[in-house]
Write a protein that binds this ligand. Structure first.
Ligand code: FAD
Length: 390
């Protein structure tokens, strides 16, 4: 079906209808398969809740938020160290739905051959700090309703919006700052859509399903939030296509050659998607922005703001939300890093290099956004009907 958005997505190079078509007929199915492959389903993350702001309010112990970590036998072989002694004999089990259980991090970075050698200047976590990192199977931890609400959640969004990307009156608002706002807003829309799409409708009986009213109240009744979602999707999509040289040559190696070949060919299928090339070859045109003299300075400024946003993720008082918050912020940071590179080089003249974790975050973010766009497109009419919109 068609929805009420038409014409060009603001600041982008494609139309709403094109995006919907391209997504549903091409990108969405590919991405769904891609994120299930072993390379893309494990994410390395520091899950400690060590918030530098608002320290002692015990926010890190909320219900229904535990992340289900990988069972040992699921770890891709090549992520393991040659000698894996020192592991706890207890297999950590999935803890979702057991709110009182604390996540067992016994099997963490020690069980893996580290991937990461350099730190991402866009984010706050030092990814080389293996001691604090753990690996999580994303497939076991879908982004959905967790029960995380109230002042703790609210103040994080507030801090992100007011401190990092304030909304100035449009005229004096430079284009680039507006982009940071739109990226955050688009991500926020996508998170809200996922909450609404997979909601605990009845606590007592554990019935999960769609909450159409919530989808309307949080996102669909605000056209700019929907627009920002499309914008963010196109922005990240452009970053992926811009990094295609790197992504095509990267080794998707987990020791499972059949699955790894699948990762590789799905990435290729995404980068050389005929529908994408025909319908929307340049989803976003970064050359129009941050090109002038203020480029390097602007980059530093956005980088600083983005790091603040990244450290705010340590304050998210729900482990699963923190997981997805961190992943998606890293994904956006990676997209920014790619789109700020020129001719495949950063401003120091180094060839664009992406870490495993950055590639994983980027693709999983794109997949989340793709899911949200599909939901908005498909559910839009039903949502409006449920909300009583004439
Ligand atoms: P919120 O979503 O908290 O929004 C706060 C305010 O921000 C709104 O009142 C509005 O003024 C503004 N706003 C809302 N949406 C937009 C937008 N798209 N663009 C611009 N401004 C906007 N909860 C879960 O159940 N599952 C999760 O996985 C999850 N992940 C989270 C990840 C992060 C990083 C954070 C900070 C929170 C997460 N939460 C999650 C909590 C969730 O996002 C909401 O904060 C919570 O459900 C309360 O919602 P709310 O109605 O108060 O509005």
């Amino acid at each position: 079906g068609s929805h009420k958005y038409s014409g060009m997505v603001e600041d982008c190079c494609c139309e709403y209808e094109t995006v919907d078509h391209l997504n549903e007929e091409g990108l969405y199915p590919l991405l769904q398969d891609l994120v299930k492959t072993p390379f893309f389903r494990y994410f390395k993350v520091k899950l400690w809740c060590d918030c530098p702001f608002w320290p002692e309010d015990g926010m890190c112990r909320l219900r229904d938020c535990s992340v289900c970590e990988c069972a040992e036998n699921e770890f891709p072989e090549t992520f393991k160290k040659p000698f894996s002694h020192g592991l706890s004999p207890d297999n950590p089990v999935c803890q979702e739905g057991k709110p009182e259980a604390v996540v067992d991090r016994t099997i963490d970075a020690k069980a893996f051959k580290g991937w990461t050698v350099i730190d991402n200047p866009w984010t706050n976590d030092d990814e080389t700090d293996n001691a604090d990192m753990t690996y999580v199977n994303l497939q076991l931890n879908p982004e959905r309703y967790t029960g995380y609400t109230g002042p703790s959640a609210r103040r994080i969004w507030d801090a992100i919006y007011t401190e990092n990307c304030p909304r100035y009156p449009s005229e004096e608002f430079c284009q680039e700052k507006k982009i940071l706002y739109k990226l955050i807003s688009g991500l926020h829309s996508s998170i809200s859509i996922h909450i609404a799409a997979d909601y605990l409708l009845e606590e007592a009986t554990h019935v999960w399903g769609r909450n159409l009213t919530l989808m309307y109240d949080r996102v669909l009744r605000y056209p700019d939030r929907v627009e920002n979602l499309y914008f963010t999707f196109l922005f990240v999509l452009r970053a992926v296509t811009k990094a295609s040289d790197f992504l095509e040559q990267a080794e998707y190696d987990t020791g499972n050659s059949v699955e790894d070949l699948k990762s590789q060919s799905l990435v290729k299928g995404l980068l050389h998607n005929p529908k994408l090339q025909a319908a929307c070859p340049l989803p976003f045109d970064e050359a129009k922005l941050w090109k002038g003299q203020s480029g390097p300075e602007l980059k530093q400024q956005i980088q600083r703001q983005f790091r603040n946003i990244s450290s705010l993720m340590d304050c998210v008082g729900c482990e699963k939300c923190r997981l997805w918050g961190k992943l998606q912020v890293l994904g956006l940071g990676t997209a920014l890093k790619i789109l700020f590179s020129v001719n495949g080089q950063d401003n120091m003249g180094h060839t664009l290099q992406l870490q495993h974790n950055e590639v994983i975050a980027l693709m999983n973010l794109l997949n989340r956004l793709s899911e949200s766009i599909k939901l908005v497109h498909e559910m839009g009419p039903a949502v409006e009907k449920a909300a009583g919109v004439p």
